[in-house]
Design a protein around this ligand. Structure first.
Ligand SMILES: CC(C)(COP(=O)(O)OP(=O)(O)OC[C@H]1O[C@@H](n2cnc3c(N)ncnc32)[C@H](O)[C@@H]1OP(=O)(O)O)[C@@H](O)C(=O)NCCC(=O)NCCS
Length: 110
């Protein structure tokens, strides 16, 4: 089991907040202008039912309240879930900001 202190670590070391429900979670950083998505995870049995979209929508609401204007995510080409992550991000309405051999950066106005 991962340490119950991991959220504290994320907060202190990476300045990451998180949102979770019984289906999954997202970590993110709030900067004055943008929400920067860290990790997104939905448990396998609950995928393709809109839960990632729901969680990211909640993250957007938090960011908007803090005055953020954009949501930004980086999809790393070395990760197993890169295709699904990109499809999910595009379905969410992001635009591709930059695409390189190692990563694709996407963003959406809030
Ligand atoms: C990526 C992930 C978070 C998506 O979660 P999810 O709850 O299944 O996503 P949603 O149901 O909100 O899907 C939103 C859209 O993403 C796309 N999508 C999601 N899963 C897909 C799949 N298996 N194949 C194709 N498109 C997919 C679809 O466009 C979908 O919209 P639609 O169902 O209306 O067609 C989930 O698959 C996951 O946890 N994967 C493992 C961890 C990971 O790779 N995280 C991302 C990097 S941090």
């Amino acid at each position: 089991m991962i340490s119950k202190y991991y959220p504290e670590y994320l907060q202190e070391y990476k300045n990451h907040e998180y949102v979770e429900n019984e289906y999954g979670f997202a970590t993110f950083e709030l900067t004055p202008d943008a929400i920067i998505i860290g990790d997104v995870y939905v448990r396998p049995d609950y995928r393709k039912q809109g839960f990632a979209t729901e969680i990211i929508t909640d993250v957007c609401a938090i960011g908007r309240k803090q005055g953020c204007k954009h949501i930004v995510a980086t999809i790393y080409m070395g990760y197993a879930g890169k295709e699904i992550s990109l499809l999910a991000a595009l379905k969410f309405g992001v635009k591709i900001i930059s695409a390189g051999a190692d990563k694709i950066i996407v963003a959406k106005e809030l």
